[in-house]
Write a protein that binds this ligand. Structure first.
Ligand code: CU
Ligand code: CU
Length: 381
């Protein structure tokens, strides 16, 4: 029999509505809590007070930010891209570039790596200071180079003000037992066997991860395959990343701007942590050399479209899959959190810019030069 009564909602429908409503509330609260933690950590660190992370609370402000509305104080600062002091050129010349050369392998079955986290001010562009959380020495952290099959024994020592951790993409180990938070003044050691060759990211995995990565807590590990790759005359490691600043950094060190990071609108983008450092201090090769680039993109959020002006990537091991490579690639994408290995053989002497061909990145500093044949002069691209 077909009912002619006006459509009435079955009581079970109402229950489902109620459950759906509750789910939305819970989801919003969970997201709000997730957003409120970084703000509080930020406040704690900025005030220079004790590193006590308050119990997360859902606030009107965090709810508003969640919904994409502007809460008081939550708007992104204007762009500080390209900010430079008058002596920027002299500062760039005086800057000691991050050593991009792949470090040598170590003998033995176990490679010990000490990562000491410190809160330090780094330079990310000429005259631009940034209050970083960095593995001692700066951002990126040290390049780790091991052979496939070696055991990597990591010790993380936290000399910073808040908890940190380290997540190794090269490891197949339980994150909850190994990539754990290490409290200030403490150390933690874990190991993994580097069974997978390639170039991998390591980074702090403590929440909010976006902030910990953006503040400088990342680096690259190169796992050399047991079956050797073709011979390379020169090997360089490039770590791409972007920086989100709350001020220009020319007088006071800049700090992290969460609103900019969420919008993915960086002020600076770099290879190995300093804008354009290999323009002033080019990487070098001789004509006919095979040059290998191990490129890792630390993000935290923007991919790198790796390209070398004036040549073609002879071999491209995409996504670090060293079992196969592409030939003659013009531009290779390296995703945030991923890596790729690229060979070029350049015969004609000259200055060859390497870039992320997403060209906003070049304007923001993600550019360097390969000087083939030690020619004179410099150029920007
Ligand atoms: Cu951290
Ligand atoms: Cu990761």
């Amino acid at each position: 029999m077909v009912s002619t009564a006006p459509a009435r909602k079955d009581p079970t429908d109402r229950n489902e509505e109620r459950i759906t409503f509750l789910r939305i509330v819970v989801l919003l609260l969970a997201l709000a809590v997730g957003i409120s933690i970084p703000i509080e950590v930020l406040l704690v660190t900025r005030d220079g007070g004790k590193a006590v992370v308050q119990a997360p609370q859902a606030t009107a402000g965090s709810m508003a930010r969640m919904a994409g509305m502007t809460a008081a104080g939550a708007a992104a600062t204007p762009s500080f891209a390209g900010a430079a002091p008058e002596n920027a050129d002299a500062l760039a010349a005086a800057h000691k570039p991050y050593d991009a050369a792949l470090p040598p392998l170590q003998a033995g079955d176990v490679v010990k790596v000490n990562l000491v986290l410190k809160d330090i001010t780094v330079q990310i562009a000429p005259g631009v200071k940034y209050a970083a959380w960095a593995w001692a020495g700066g951002a990126p952290g040290p390049v780790i180079h091991v052979r496939q099959g070696q055991t990597v024994k990591i010790t993380l020592t936290n000399k910073g003000a808040i908890p940190h951790s380290v997540d190794f993409h090269a490891g197949r180990v339980a994150p909850d037992k190994n990539f754990i938070d290490v409290f200030p003044g403490k150390s933690f050691t874990f190991s993994f066997k580097a069974n997978d060759p390639g170039v991998f990211m390591y980074h702090c995995g403590t929440k909010p991860v976006l902030m910990h990565i953006a503040n400088g807590m990342y680096g690259a590990i190169v796992v050399e395959p047991t079956t050797p790759l073709p011979h390379a005359d020169k090997q360089y490691v490039l770590v791409a990343s972007e920086w989100y600043l709350d001020r220009d950094g020319l007088t006071q060190p800049a700090q992290f701007d969460m609103a900019k990071a969420h919008a993915k609108t960086p002020d600076w983008m770099t290879f190995n942590g300093y804008a354009g450092q290999y323009v002033k201090h080019p990487l070098t090769a001789d004509p006919g050399d095979t040059v290998r680039f191990w490129v890792m993109d630390a993000g935290p959020s923007i991919d790198t479209d790796f390209h070398i002006v004036g040549t073609i990537l002879d071999r491209a091991w995409i996504d670090s899959d060293l079992t196969q490579h592409l030939n003659n690639v013009q531009t290779a994408q390296v995703p945030a959190g991923g890596g790729g290995v690229f060979d070029v053989k350049i015969d004609e002497p000259g200055l060859y810019p390497f870039v992320s061909h997403a060209f906003a990145a070049v304007d923001q500093g993600q550019v360097g030069l390969l000087n083939v044949g030690h020619v004179a002069g410099t150029m920007s691209h």
